[in-house]
Design a binder for this molecule. Structure first.
Ligand code: PFF
Length: 439
């Protein structure tokens, strides 16, 4: 088998599950989910988030995998193929082009945050926090964000590691990396959970995350939960479609997607159960926004027995999670360029260099960072998801859809189809209406 994206197929369902979970589990789960849960008051937000994953995220994910596996190539050509088979306009390949651009835009700010994570890993591992006081750690984040040359080195390092994995190929690079990285990540998460249960204020953490106080729930919170369900499952930008094209033909899409959704959700919940008990045990607030992971948590670690060691493990695991996501951000574009006859190495270098330039601009201009984050999370990913739901739900040949999705019970099949046709698009339209300030 060649190790380019053309015709590459992972021969085990396990590899697909690890790759898709690797894409899904990332900074969104460990950095963003806990801090938005903190901002929106805990339990009720978590419940709404779980509802969004079930009613919007998973149905759209099944549709996206289906499109990839049916097309068996990069997102642009897969959509062209699917459109042809369903007598739809070739313009549907727009989903693929928009996805490739979205991936590059996300990679630009993602590699900057991943660079911060690597910095915290290095500082923890070299014991820089061991004798530091609260003030010093608190200021550390601000200093890092203002130290452009240090940020540049770290973001360059992260981009190069990502490119090296992608350039090595679908089977030997991405497949092998995720088969090793993801189990390591799960073990480290469980280790951290045990640590937090022993050393943190676990009861308060659990209560905060699971006791639903609906009086705290605003329209903002609901829409944030909906938007985040796209980002966290890597939906609407072709990453999951590209991975779907490498999925073995006999694997059940429904079962596989459920496995990925459950793992992604578990990691987000465990991340909250690691962070909040540690933060509460040290008398700190849950609503620390972006700084929750970069300020409150290191301060808390520095006060705890074994904190420095566990801090290194924690930031090491976040680095792994970021890497397994970032490879899926450039893979759709690389697969597309390869299909056009450009070598995998050249395609990877071209796209990684483009993302690197954008990331460097983000370092110097914070507004560009925010713009790319907001534009992708609130516009291009949900829009891609909306188009995917409409295409599979309303336009695709339903006999092909039914045969491919492999949901044996008609009840489940119809439940999925109608959720995809109606509830998912409605949810996405609500995000847009909110973004435009209409609701
Ligand atoms: N799902 C990733 C996270 O939660 O960090 C982010 C992401 C990766 C979004 C890949 C989109 C994507 F295609």
């Amino acid at each position: 088998m060649t190790d380019t994206s053309n015709n590459a197929i992972w021969n085990r369902r396990f590899t697909f599950v690890m790759a898709a979970t690797g894409s899904a589990v990332g900074l969104g789960n460990i950095w963003k989910f806990p801090y938005i849960t903190g901002e929106y008051g805990g339990g009720a937000f978590v419940l709404v988030y779980l509802g969004c994953i079930l009613l919007v995220g998973l149905p759209v994910m099944m549709a996206e995998v289906l499109l990839g596996r049916a097309g068996r190539t990069d997102p642009v050509h897969s959509m062209q193929e699917n459109a042809k088979l369903s007598d739809a306009s070739p313009a549907w390949s727009f989903i693929g082009y928009m996805g490739i651009l979205s991936g590059l835009m996300i990679m630009m700010f993602y590699s900057v945050v991943a660079g911060w994570v690597i910095d915290y890993f290095i500082q923890s591992a070299t014991g820089a926090y061991s004798n530091a006081d609260v003030e010093t750690i608190n200021n550390n984040f601000g200093e890092l964000v203002n130290n452009d040359s240090r940020e540049l080195v770290l973001h360059t390092l992260f981009t190069c590691i990502t490119a090296a994995v992608v350039a090595t190929g679908v089977v030997k690079g991405i497949g092998r990396a995720v088969e090793i990285l993801m189990p390591v990540l799960f073990v480290l998460m469980l280790l951290m959970l045990i640590y937090s249960a022993n050393q943190g204020d676990f009861a308060s953490g659990v209560e905060f995350m699971f006791k639903a106080d609906f009086s705290k729930l605003s329209a903002d919170a609901i829409l944030e939960a909906l938007g985040h369900s796209f980002f966290t499952l890597s939906l609407g930008m072709g990453a999951i479609m590209a991975y779907g094209s490498y999925m073995p033909g006999n694997a059940s899409i429904a079962k596989t997607v459920f496995a990925v959704g459950i793992l992604d959700t578990l990691v987000a919940l465990i991340a909250g159960l690691i962070i909040f008990p540690i933060v509460f045990a040290n008398g700190m607030e849950s609503n620390q926004s972006v700084g929750l992971m970069f300020k409150s948590l290191p301060i808390a670690f520095s006060q705890m027995p074994g904190g420095i060691f566990f801090s290194s493990i924690f930031f090491g695991l976040v680095s792994i999670a970021a890497l397994s996501s970032s490879i899926s951000l450039i893979e759709p574009g690389v697969a597309w360029m390869e299909k056009k006859g450009i070598s995998r190495l050249k395609s990877t270098i071209t796209l990684a260099a483009t993302a690197w330039i954008g990331g460097t601009v983000c370092l110097f201009y914070g507004e560009v960072f925010d713009l790319l984050d907001n534009f992708t999370t609130k516009v291009t990913l949900p829009f891609g998801g909306l188009l995917i739901a409409i295409f599979v739900g309303w336009l695709m040949n339903q006999a092909v859809v039914k045969a491919d999705i492999k949901l044996r019970s008609d009840l489940f099949y119809n439940g999925w189809l109608w959720t995809l046709k109606l509830i998912s698009p409605l949810g996405i339209l609500l995000i847009f209406a909110h973004t435009l300030g209409w609701i």
